[in-house]
Design a protein around this ligand. Structure first.
Ligand SMILES: O=P(O)(O)OC[C@H]1O[C@H](OP(=O)(O)OP(=O)(O)O)[C@H](O)[C@@H]1O
Ligand SMILES: Nc1ncnc2[nH]cnc12
Length: 178
């Protein structure tokens, strides 16, 4: 399936989780076997080209795509978790969302020194989550140069923020005007 065909599987829900937000819902995409598989293939091709030695994905939707891509590539997966979930000493970072604030944590021992880690998430909006994840992974000595997304909302300028911060950003599709 092409990215255009995969895009047709994304459901748009107005006013979720707050008035004025157009929620781009991947539930309908991941419940479609061929759509999910094609999505994972496209992301894995790009992660391979980026030289990924491990994939990091953000809780929760980043786990779905990130872990599937890591398994398809035969590399490890690093869960970037919401707070209080990991049973070991963590390092963490606070960040702003399109609709609120949150915090991410990782187990710093999960990453060998200098390992090339590619970030994968379902969607980039303001870029706050991905920038926080990149900073956190670097605090744990990862080499982070690429971030891959299924969906970009270019109207929220997240990809531009990541590029300004020196990251290479790719997305399979975008929804202009968010
Ligand atoms: O670019 P940003 O403005 O930071 O927004 C993008 C993030 O927001 C969503 O996750 P959310 O925090 O809603 O969590 P979820 O995956 O648990 O639904 C999405 O999956 C990204 O991780
Ligand atoms: N508009 C949106 N749709 C789905 N997930 C999001 N995360 C942040 N903004 C979002």
């Amino acid at each position: 399936m092409t990215p255009e065909e995969i895009k047709a599987l994304v459901r748009t829900v107005p006013d979720f989780p707050a008035p004025g937000i157009l929620f781009r819902d991947v539930t309908t995409l991941i419940s479609h076997g061929k759509g999910l598989s094609a999505c994972v293939d496209h992301l894995a091709d790009r992660a391979r080209a980026a030289g990924a030695e491990a994939i990091a994905g953000m809780e929760a939707r980043g786990f779905i795509f990130g872990a599937a891509v890591a398994a398809r590539m035969g590399v490890g997966f690093i869960p970037v978790r919401k707070p209080g979930k990991l049973p070991v000493n963590t390092i963490g970072i606070d960040y702003a969302l399109e609709y609120g604030r949150d915090r991410l944590e990782i187990d710093p021992t999960a990453i060998p020194q200098g390992q090339r880690v590619v970030i994968i998430d379902d969607l980039i909006a303001t870029g706050g989550t991905a920038l926080a994840a990149a900073e956190l992974l670097r605090m744990a000595s990862a080499s982070v140069t690429h971030a891959l997304f299924v969906i970009d909302l270019p109207g929220l300028h997240g990809a531009a923020r990541l590029r300004d911060a020196g990251l290479t950003v790719e997305a399979l599709m975008d929804f202009p005007g968010h």
